[in-house]
Design a protein around this ligand. Structure first.
Ligand SMILES: Cc1ncc(COP(=O)(O)O)c(C=O)c1O
Length: 404
């Protein structure tokens, strides 16, 4: 008789966004006349920029001609895209990353979930609390996290690094030494970030204790302040301790198109074994490459026209972020985020729990957000709103919230 991977049975409840979906669907069924505004899930709403659409069209036409048709993509991704990434995201920022240290993929969710596979099962992970749930759940599936305490909502074998108002939503170095450290800045869900000096402390710490930092920079395009690092490789010594994850979802609207990449410098080694070669082996065995047309569209992100158009798109969302942030502030809420990230993190009023505030907002304002507790115990009593809606919907949602 076959057996299932019992680690899956340890996962508590359903994925955060399916619970939200169910609640919203039930509300819509009971109140079909109400107009719901969704500022919950981190999905973009603006159409793909013209430069990207143009690149798609050209690539599709190439696929229609035997002379230019492309089949399987190279394992690591096409060189035209890896070179564009290297030049624009790394060399232009003074970071020495080679094109063959970049692994093109179909997005940061898969990469952030899969990367743990190349590490030993007895490695101990450290995560921020609250956290993007994928880092934790994929380690649960791999059997690395121990037992679940449903009262505390924590795993026995994970080091939690609380990110609260007291530490300005920036984690402190953990007391217990981890093997793998997941960091995400600008942060989902809190919208916070850390300075280059703070990130350098993490890099120095990881090199000192022999840990690897898995640095998720999916929201890099939203950085507006000077002192915030765009990549972990701006820090000295990051090449021997850091893996970086990137996504085209939020900077270029590729959530439905699917494209991302992971950077693993060749110096990053456990003894004599390079993580680069392990990931190359994994990538080559389990992945057959992002589609050619999507990689061409990704290349257009770095074209002159693409850069101008995408800056406008990011500005559009960040204008929403400012609108939400200012609106909540003026209505008396305690608010953070929204400056270097498209997420606004607010304290639920009147001692409500995160889910109480979710229900309250859904019922009274017909606005959907995300309960902070869904991201970890330190997210309890907090709530996340996203700036990814249309300007009109964002304005209307804020008018409704202000009237509560
Ligand atoms: C922190 C973080 N990493 C990764 C992702 C997923 O990115 P992708 O769409 O490239 O899979 C998200 C999406 O919301 C995210 O918030």
């Amino acid at each position: 008789m076959f057996k299932v991977n019992e680690n899956y049975l340890k996962l508590p409840g359903s994925y955060l966004f399916s619970t939200i979906g169910k609640k919203v669907n039930a509300f819509v069924q009971d109140n079909p006349e109400k107009k719901i505004i969704r500022l919950g899930i981190g999905d973009v709403t603006q159409p793909l920029a013209p430069a990207i659409i143009q690149a798609f069209h050209t690539a599709v036409d190439e696929m229609a001609d035997a002379k230019t048709f492309r089949g399987y993509a190279p394992d690591l991704g096409y060189e035209f895209l890896r070179n564009a990434i290297r030049e624009n995201d790394y060399i232009a920022r003074g970071c020495q990353i080679e094109a063959d240290e970049i692994f093109v993929s179909d997005g940061a969710k898969c990469d952030s979930g899969n990367i743990q596979e190349i590490f030993s099962q007895d490695n101990k992970i450290a995560v921020c609390d609250p956290v993007y749930p994928v880092y934790v759940d994929t380690n649960v599936m791999a059997g690395r996290t121990g037992t679940y305490d449903s009262r505390k909502e924590t795993w026995s074998n994970i080091i939690y690094m609380p990110c609260t108002a007291e530490n300005n939503f920036a984690p402190e170095l953990p007391k217990e030494t981890p093997d793998l450290i997941y960091l995400c800045f600008p942060n989902n869900p809190t919208g916070s970030t850390i300075t280059k000096k703070q990130l350098q402390e993490w890099v120095d710490y990881a090199n000192k204790v022999g840990a690897v930092i898995i640095y998720d920079a999916a929201y890099e395009a939203y950085i507006s302040e000077e002192d915030v690092p765009h990549t972990i490789y701006e820090c000295e010594g990051a090449r021997t301790c850091a893996i970086e994850l990137r996504s085209f979802s939020k900077n270029a609207g590729f959530t439905g198109v699917r494209l991302g990449f992971t950077v693993i410098p060749k110096e990053l080694k456990a003894g004599e074994v390079s993580l680069h070669s392990l990931w190359a082996r994994r990538h080559g065995t389990k992945y057959n490459g992002a589609p050619y047309i999507v990689q061409r569209a990704g290349e257009a992100v770095y074209s002159d026209a693409g850069k101008v158009q995408l800056k406008q798109q990011v500005d559009y969302y960040m204008n929403n972020a400012k609108y939400i942030y200012d609106g909540l502030k003026s209505a008396g809420y305690t608010v953070s985020g929204g400056v270097n990230a498209p997420y606004i993190w607010l304290k639920a009023p009147n001692k409500m729990t995160s889910w109480e505030f979710f229900d309250y907002l859904l019922e009274k304002a017909n606005v959907v957000g995300t309960p902070g507790s869904g991201f970890g115990p330190s997210g309890e009593t907090y709530f996340r709103l996203t700036a990814f809606g249309s300007y009109e919907n964002t304005m209307e949602a804020m008018e409704r919230i202000k009237k509560l």
